[in-house]
Design a protein around this ligand. Structure first.
Ligand code: SF4
Ligand code: ZN
Length: 358
């Protein structure tokens, strides 16, 4: 935890005998990265928790009686999410039944350790826990996938498989909703990445606080920490002495997101509202009429939602099982479908296959 705090030394007012600007009683312990206010620990906790509560109420995220699965990785975001959800559920009588839902990607030396943290959180918060693993769902652990695909596209496999694994776990647990620990920095980063990629469909979706998925068989998801700054999540976990795991994934080459993150941090250091400003820009964007959007259907193989005939997960899995790990990387849907369905390829398609090195 010390390491994580070392990048926000100006947030801690350890040497400054400043009074808390909220209670005007106790000594301020930190300067809020989001507002610049100098606060004591208790007033910071209250402000942070109230903002999450306001986010939940304003977006009408939950209904009394619902069962909610908290996607828990053992990291700071999901640990703070579990802590705050439990606290607010009791403080404001949301009437929710909370559960922890974890995905075991099968990454030795990373996920096995972080899952130990989740198991301790389960005890600390007294919440039921369900762990679903890639190995049991797909027959492949990330360790095995990296052995086959190397360290270039591994996060594509991991991200696609995780999305579906969470849904499958949620169905097993019979939860009404999943909430994830995505914070304001994550959302702003995603907006930037989608702008840079020109991915209009994702750009439109990525700032939504919840997915509305009635009728498509997918469990709705929401992000109660959508407006919480990462720096404040770290401070909250630190001062609350929460038990979380702070090691990076050993297979983390996600260079593109890394650049977007560095860029965002640079912007934030000059102007702290940059994070919220980017989210607001994403929220208020509107798409010109007539722009073609992917139509959501279902995968002809597994029935999961997909805008193509086969979902990404099925194409990637088929590639792994056939020893063609590059199948499914990139957008060559027709080609992927033909290969997966064992349909004969034209000469042009054969040569494309060679160029793509599938
Ligand atoms: Fe998976 Fe990549 Fe994240 Fe590691 S960094 S957990 S491989 S998505
Ligand atoms: Zn599928």
């Amino acid at each position: 935890m010390e390491d994580e705090l070392s990048y926000t030394p100006d947030c801690l007012n350890a040497k400054m005998p400043v009074q808390c600007s909220s209670c005007v009683e106790k000594r301020a312990m930190l300067k809020r990265p989001k507002t610049g206010h100098s606060l004591c620990k208790e007033c910071f906790f209250w402000a942070f928790e109230e903002e999450v509560h306001q986010t939940i109420v304003a977006a009408n995220l939950f209904k009394p009686g619902e069962t909610v699965g908290i996607a828990a990785s053992g990291g700071k975001d999901s640990t703070v999410l579990a802590h705050v959800m439990k606290l607010l559920n009791e403080r404001y009588s949301y009437g929710l039944e909370l559960m922890l839902l974890s995905v075991d990607e099968g990454i030795t030396g990373y996920r096995d350790d972080s899952l130990e943290t989740v198991k301790r959180n389960q005890q600390q918060y007294g919440l039921p826990l369900k762990i679903v693993s890639y190995e049991e769902l797909y027959g492949w652990s990330m360790d095995a996938i990296v052995k086959q695909v190397g360290l270039k596209n591994n996060c594509t496999f991991c991200g696609v498989f995780r999305r579906q694994a969470l849904d499958r776990g949620a169905v097993m647990l019979k939860v009404d909703k999943i909430c994830t620990g995505h914070n304001a920095d994550d959302v702003a980063e995603t907006v930037l990445m989608n702008v840079l990629r020109g991915d209009i469909a994702r750009l439109r979706r990525c700032t939504a606080i919840s997915t509305n998925s009635e009728g498509d068989g997918v469990v709705p998801r929401c992000k109660p920490l959508k407006y919480a700054y990462e720096k404040e999540i770290v401070l909250y976990a630190y001062f609350k002495k929460l038990d979380y795991f702070s090691t990076e994934c050993i297979y983390s080459p996600n260079a593109y997101r890394g650049y977007a993150r560095t860029f965002l941090k640079d912007l934030e250091s000059i102007r702290s509202s940059a994070i919220i400003d980017i989210i607001h820009s994403g929220e208020t964007l509107s798409i010109r009429e007539g722009v073609k959007m992917p139509v959501q259907g279902t995968c002809s193989k597994c029935g999961y939602i997909s805008s193509q005939m086969l979902c990404k997960s099925c194409v990637l899995l088929e590639g792994l099982n056939r020893g063609l790990p590059k199948l499914g990387i990139g957008k060559h849907h027709r080609l992927h479908n033909k290969i997966v369905n064992n349909e004969p390829l034209t000469e042009k398609e054969e040569s494309k296959l060679k160029v793509l090195d599938i």
